[in-house]
Ligand binder design. Structure first.
Ligand SMILES: [Zn+2]
Length: 461
């Protein structure tokens, strides 16, 4: 077995690893590059391999940086099966459709002022390409080995990162022995609401592991809950709205879980709640369809409290008229809307109507990348531009940490420590600091060999 690293090698996004095994080629993930200045060009570029030569694709989870180029892979000639968890297949259909929609809008925008003779921009892919990719998906359950090629078996383990997320175990019979490659996928922290903790893997000859927060330790969940409690207390005192730029997958559902858990304590019955994001609503419905994957605490919770995904005073607003109607509410509402970094979507309307209000509270619950509107607000901007208007920032601005969907350094190290014999590990899905920090820590703590592969590097299992 031999691995070639083609993405998320030396960076976080664009996860893509090619495994050559028994004369066949298995691709692990096929993600988009995100946030990079050259992202569009890199996503549209040729694959570093011929898609027609790939026999099987296995997906770790539905996030776009792990699946975003799958429709393109199919469009360019990949004709094999796609194995992934049933919930990932469900979520990926929603997220990839959104990608195709955005690509279509961007292309139309770019083609508006085309000079005569200039070639129109084509979207990366369209909904038909998404449909063709989704049709190839073969749903798997956790912990059940499936023979995907003669002598090659795949087993998915719960990675506790988002619904359906998996660690991929690939076992191959070679010359009378079994070789095992384990790809962690993205690993969640222990204790994430709704989801089970990441499952430990017992045996591997080589581990490919993520390192997003390899140099950091997260705040405790208790601190996070205390921060949220304080915000709701202040919001009740001030009488304004609470506006939350929400990430559609995971973070939104996690917040709803906290709302259910602390429904009485935070006096949430007094609020009108809105999930004003068609995308987050579809994702929440997908979570609801896979209740069998939830952890025992979640099931226990809604035997005594309101079901987090169906809170009595929560309204899922679908149409733009319903969304616009929220704009007239001056206080007593909790408004969750996308996008999480305020770069697009309905949140921009809600910010326009609440940012100037000193009684309003804006709550950021996730990472805000450089250059985004979210980052400017978090960074203390006194004014922002929205829809051509200059809006003064007078609302209270909060940044709530501790809701990360990724394990921190200790979480990653503990997960790795369970693998018998501490085999060599290749670190991916991390920027330089995260990767280097985790590499030094693992070498010192477990005495293992740590590789930091760059794109194009090959490693033999
Ligand atoms: Zn992810």
């Amino acid at each position: 077995m031999e691995i070639e690293f083609h993405g998320a090698a030396g960076e976080v996004t664009g996860s893509c690893h090619l495994v050559n095994v028994g004369g066949k080629r298995v691709l692990l993930d096929c993600g988009m590059v995100q946030g990079d200045r050259d992202a569009d060009a890199r996503n549209a570029a040729d694959f570093p391999f011929d898609p027609k030569t790939i026999d099987v694709l296995v997906l770790s989870h539905a996030h776009i940086d792990h699946t975003g180029r799958v429709p393109l892979l199919v469009k360019r000639g990949f004709a094999g099966p796609i194995y992934t968890h049933a919930a990932t297949a469900d979520l990926a259909a929603v997220l990839l459709a959104d990608c195709a929609h955005i690509a279509g809008m961007d292309a139309r925008e770019a083609n508006r002022d085309l000079a005569p003779g200039q070639k129109p921009v084509q979207p990366l892919y369209v909904q038909d390409d998404v449909d063709a990719a989704v049709k190839r998906m073969q749903p798997l359950a956790y912990d059940q080995a499936r023979e995907i090629l003669p002598g090659v078996r795949v087993t998915l383990r719960d990675a506790g990162h988002i619904l359906g997320s998996a660690t991929i175990e690939l076992a191959a019979d070679e010359n009378g022995a079994t070789r095992r490659l384990v790809f962690s996928g993205d690993l969640g922290p222990n204790g994430t609401p709704i989801l089970c903790d990441p499952e430990r893997v017992q045996a591997a000859d080589l581990v490919i592991m993520e390192s997003t927060y390899g140099d950091r330790l997260h705040k405790t969940r208790e601190d996070t809950i205390a921060e949220l409690a304080a915000i709701f207390q202040a919001a009740q005192r001030d009488g304004g709205n609470v506006v939350i730029p929400a990430f559609a997958v995971g973070r939104t559902q996690e917040l709803l879980y906290f709302f259910a858990e602390h429904f009485d304590e935070w006096d949430l019955a007094k609020y009108r709640m809105f999930l004003d994001s068609p995308m987050a609503t579809k994702v929440t419905a997908a979570y609801d369809r896979h209740e069998d994957l939830f952890d025992p605490e979640a099931r226990q919770l809604w035997s005594t409290r309101p079901h987090p995904l169906r809170l009595p005073n929560l309204k899922f607003t679908a149409g733009t008229d319903d969304s616009r109607a929220i704009n007239s509410i001056r206080g007593g509402a909790i408004i969750m809307a996308g996008s999480g970094m305020c770069e697009g979507g309905r949140i921009r309307h809600h910010l326009r109507h609440n940012l100037a209000n000193p009684a309003a509270h804006i709550v950021f619950v996730g990472y805000q990348a450089q250059g985004t509107l979210g980052r400017r607000i978090v960074g203390g901007a006194k004014h922002v531009h929205l829809f051509g208007d200059d809006i003064p920032v007078r609302a209270h601005i909060h940044t709530v940490g501790g809701l990360s969907a990724h394990a921190d350094r200790d979480g990653l190290s503990n997960w790795y420590s369970a693998v018998a014999g501490h085999p060599p590990v290749c670190l991916v899905h991390g920027e330089e600091d995260g990767r280097d920090g985790l590499a030094a820590y693992l070498r010192q703590k477990w005495g293992c060999t740590v590789n930091l592969p760059m794109p194009g590097v090959r490693v033999t299992v």
